[in-house]
Unconditional design. Structure first.
Length: 90
């Protein structure tokens, strides 16, 4: 599996949620609505989710393997930080 594109939409004025991300996998499959969140231990990603009838949120798509999730998170956060640096220069 190769992530072939990452598109980041930064959110201004949001306190915890910093961006919404879409990734393309193998130039064939797109996953929308991954969130970049600023948590107590720093930035992390949250997979797309929906609110259930009992008020809890459940992921509607997510990696099965921890190493895959870590690789996706690393790539997204690196791109997010690059774009933040570029925005700071502008």
């Amino acid at each position: 599996m190769e992530i072939t594109d990452i598109r980041i939409r930064r959110l201004e004025g949001s306190n915890k949620m910093k961006a919404i991300v879409s990734i393309t996998i193998d130039d064939e499959f797109v996953l929308h609505d991954i969130k970049v969140v600023d948590g107590e231990k720093g930035l992390f990603i949250a997979m797309p989710s929906k609110k259930t009838a009992d008020g809890e949120y459940r992921d509607i798509a997510h990696p099965i393997k921890t190493e895959t999730r870590n690789r996706i998170q690393k790539m997204i956060l690196e791109r997010y930080e690059q774009e933040e640096e570029l925005a700071g220069e502008g």
